[in-house]
Design a protein around this ligand. Structure first.
Ligand SMILES: [Ca+2]
Length: 122
């Protein structure tokens, strides 16, 4: 199934997953997951819900365990955060380049002034 569909499902269920991830020995089996997903997203098909569940159940034990829920949330944060690690890096580099360009421009201006001094004194 489309990863975007799975992502959309979990984005809509992030509060429920957050609760799950906070429980010490929590977990959610397929029946519980189906019930929660159906309540929040009634337009979903059963096979979409099942597939989303399978993608989150990393060790295939029929239960989204606390650790799996935490990993799911990490994945969601990375995919939905507009300033992901890479983007932060790019933004930082763009800032560096912009400040270097400003420095070079200001050096140019100073050099121009220095070179013009003898001429302007004539
Ligand atoms: Ca599991």
């Amino acid at each position: 199934m489309d990863q975007m569909v799975i992502r959309r499902i979990f984005n809509n269920l992030s509060n429920e997953i957050e609760v799950l991830a906070g429980e010490a020995d929590g977990g959610m089996n397929l029946a519980e997951f189906r019930a929660v997903a159906k309540e929040k997203l009634p337009q979903l098909f059963d096979d979409e819900i099942d597939e989303a569940f399978k993608s989150a159940d990393g060790n295939n034990n029929g239960n989204i365990d606390t650790e799996e829920a935490q990993e799911l949330l990490r994945g969601l944060r990375e995919s939905t955060n507009p300033h992901s690690k890479t983007e932060r890096l790019v933004l930082g580099l763009q800032g560096t380049v912009a400040s270097l360009q400003a420095d070079v421009a200001s050096l140019h201006a100073k050099l121009d002034r220095l070179l013009q001094l003898p001429q302007s004194s004539e």
